[in-house]
Design a protein around this ligand. Structure first.
Ligand code: B12
Length: 227
């Protein structure tokens, strides 16, 4: 099968779950690549994710059919649906939550030409900060990826940096994230606004407004973060 037909097949299989292929790349021969489907080091990876709330209704419909109290439901759902796509296209699925962690942001930077915002989240030229990675497909053979165009890094032209001015406890310094400070604020009761509407620094970014997560999705992620 030629590579463009192959990429269309992967895209169609993922879109049934509101997911998208976020680009990919071939591992170099000297790289310490994770195992591909046959157990040898993978030669190629396709990164899978969501833009805005594209996968949210699919996840909610799936969760209604699951037992109450299921732990880590979003990871479980993503592993299930991306695992099924992997089986269909002869790949091995890996999750951002697999231990040891695989370097999803480094992979995404290579796959999509993105760079990090001052918050550590990758900035996308269309989705802004409102996107995430749900898995990746590892292949035994190289893929003839279309050359990715260098994308504009919107943070370069952002002088005001509102994302560094909205957090009540200044959890983001621009170079590091004060995980403990953020969590203790959220647990203190004073973090009600963050818990109900989402991270204030992330929401302060003007880009990707059309992809901003809806309130119930923000609440879901904040609850997962403080748990
Ligand atoms: C551990 C982890 C965290 C830890 C970070 C602890 C630390 N200082 O390392 C904590 C719990 C703080 C965290 C928080 C969040 N995280 Co996080 N996290 C991860 C995870 C699972 C592993 C990171 C890692 O060590 N990777 C291994 C190294 C080798 O890979 P890497 O690509 O080089 O990793 C880079 C990141 O770790 C980054 N980094 C370091 N510290 C932090 C802190 C934050 C907040 C972020 C976003 C990145 C980041 O720097 C590394 C060098 O490039 C990744 C998924 C993954 N597998 O990578 C998600 C991931 C980086 N997180 C992500 C997100 C969205 C968040 C949150 C914003 C959302 C949330 N609700 O969880 C929060 C921030 C809280 C808030 N105020 O909203 C996304 C980023 C997506 C994007 N658009 O770029 C990822 C990729 C998961 C995903 N499913 O997409 N996270």
């Amino acid at each position: 099968m030629d590579s463009s037909r192959f990429e269309i097949l992967i895209g169609e299989a993922l879109s049934a779950h509101g997911l998208i292929a976020r680009g990919g790349f071939n591992f170099g021969p000297e790289e310490n690549a994770p195992q591909g489907p046959s157990g040898i080091p993978a030669r190629a990876v396709v990164v899978v994710g969501q833009a805005g709330a594209s996968a949210w209704p699919h996840f909610l419909a799936w969760r209604e059919r699951q037992p109450a109290g299921l732990r880590e439901p979003l990871d479980t759902w993503a592993r299930e649906v991306i695992g099924a796509v992997a089986a269909q296209v002869g790949a091995r699925e890996v999750s951002p939550s697999d231990r040891p962690f695989v370097p999803f942001q480094q992979w995404a930077m290579r796959a999509e030409g993105l760079r990090a915002s001052p918050l550590g989240l990758l900035m996308h030229p269309r989705y802004g900060l409102w996107h995430a990675y749900r898995g990746a497909l590892l292949f035994d053979t190289e893929i003839d990826f279309a050359a990715s165009e260098a994308s504009v890094h919107l943070c370069d032209a952002c002088v005001e940096k509102p994302c560094l001015k909205s957090c009540p406890v200044n959890a983001y310094s621009g170079t590091a994230f004060d995980y403990a400070g953020c969590r203790s604020h959220l647990h203190s009761g004073a973090g009600e606004q963050c818990m109900s509407a989402g991270c204030l620094d992330r929401r302060a970014c003007p880009h990707g407004a059309a992809y901003r997560y809806p309130p119930e999705m923000q609440v879901f992620h904040m609850k997962a973060f403080v748990a």
